[in-house]
Ligand binder design. Structure first.
Ligand code: AHM
Ligand code: MG
Length: 332
């Protein structure tokens, strides 16, 4: 079949056997995410009509309560994942604690946990800048048949069986990995179908883009300041170009295609930076590594970090391998 005509649904079925526990459950799970992504995409596209349709807290003309989009996205993803008998627990940026999901027979037979940032960068919505969904999937480590526990969520990123993101941008794309490379699918909104548009995505080994919130410069550690100065120096292929959307998924997506580094360092104001290890950094790190890139907290591989709490933050340096390695050198 012509690659360009392959739908996400077809791709999931064709590649099911690649997965080590190939019972079809992971495929169903990705399908649930695909469905929720379409629903959220529809809502995100209407965001600019909020003055007409009503603000969060209002009731719209159909008598439905309007919700903030991040709350709504959270509900849609949880709803989609809850319905299939696959997921035993969900942790979300929008929820203080993890959610336990019972199988229909209440025997706790479901094997997977999902960690999700349902709408990352949501402060960008008001100004029509792209936002994203980030997801991370693990097999539970506690025995099937018992209730899911915090331990099932606090696994190092290297245990992830799949991870991905949806970018609601000029086009809506779903990009994911099950540990066999990274593939990107673009939504045709007219018919609501994702098509394989970016097979085998890879970060160029090096690049010319650095993405960091330079407004925080004075608060950064000296090593980070020095690396930023290095990016700006005139020598060889430098100075690099600076691009920062402030929407992790979009910044990452651009850098994966064009070559670049994304940084959210620690600072004198935030000792672990801003981004969350479990549902922002780990999934992006798995995608990066699967796409020949690299992700680090400055001196350690993100995927090796043993998490200690659900909403833990971590400094994040991610992108083209050579650029991340160079940044690490500066931080030694
Ligand atoms: P959020 O989870 O509250 O949306 O914050 C995460 C976002 C990332 O998408 C983005 O890269 C970063 O925050 C931008 O932060 P800042 O405005 O501090 O540069
Ligand atoms: Mg977020």
């Amino acid at each position: 079949m012509d690659k360009k005509n392959k739908t996400l649904g077809e791709f999931i079925i064709e590649n099911q056997s690649e997965f080590q526990y190939s019972t079809g459950e992971l495929s169903k799970l990705i399908n649930a995410i695909r469905l929720a992504a379409k629903v959220v995409n529809h809502e995100v596209n209407k965001a600019g009509l909020i003055d007409i349709l009503g603000e969060a807290g209002d009731t719209n003309v159909q008598g439905e309560d309007q919700q903030k989009l991040d709350v709504l996205a959270n509900e849609k993803f949880i709803q989609a994942l809850r319905k299939r008998e696959i997921v035993c627990g969900i942790a979300s940026e929008e929820e203080d604690d993890f959610i336990t999901i019972n199988s229909q027979d209440e025997n706790h037979q479901n094997k997977y946990v999902v960690l999700i940032d349902p709408l990352d960068g949501s402060s960008n919505i008001d100004v029509n800048v792209s936002v994203g969904t980030i997801f991370s999937i693990y097999r539970r480590i506690t025995p099937v048949g018992t209730p899911v526990t915090l331990e099932d969520f606090l696994q190092p990123g290297k245990n992830q069986v799949a991870a991905g993101y949806v970018v609601y941008g000029t086009s809506t794309m779903l990009v994911y990995t099950t540990g066999h490379g990274v593939n990107g699918f673009t939504l045709n909104p007219a018919i609501g179908t994702f098509y394989l548009s970016h097979p085998n995505m890879e970060f160029p080994e090096t690049g010319k883009i650095y993405s960091v919130n330079e407004g925080n410069y004075v608060h950064f550690p000296q090593g980070v300041k020095n690396y930023i100065k290095y990016c700006q120096e005139e020598e060889g292929d430098r100075p690099y170009t600076s691009r920062y959307i402030g929407s992790l998924v979009s910044d990452f997506h651009r850098n994966m295609i064009k070559g670049g580094i994304y940084m959210y360092p620690k600072s004198s104001k935030a000792s672990n930076g801003k981004l969350r290890l479990l549902y922002e950094c780990n999934p992006m790190a798995l995608i990066a590594e699967q796409a020949n890139g690299k992700a680090s907290n400055g001196n350690q591989r993100i995927l090796d970090i043993q998490p200690s709490e659900l909403h833990e933050r971590v400094p994040f340096f991610c992108g083209s391998k050579k650029m991340v390695e160079k940044a690490e050198e500066f931080m030694k």
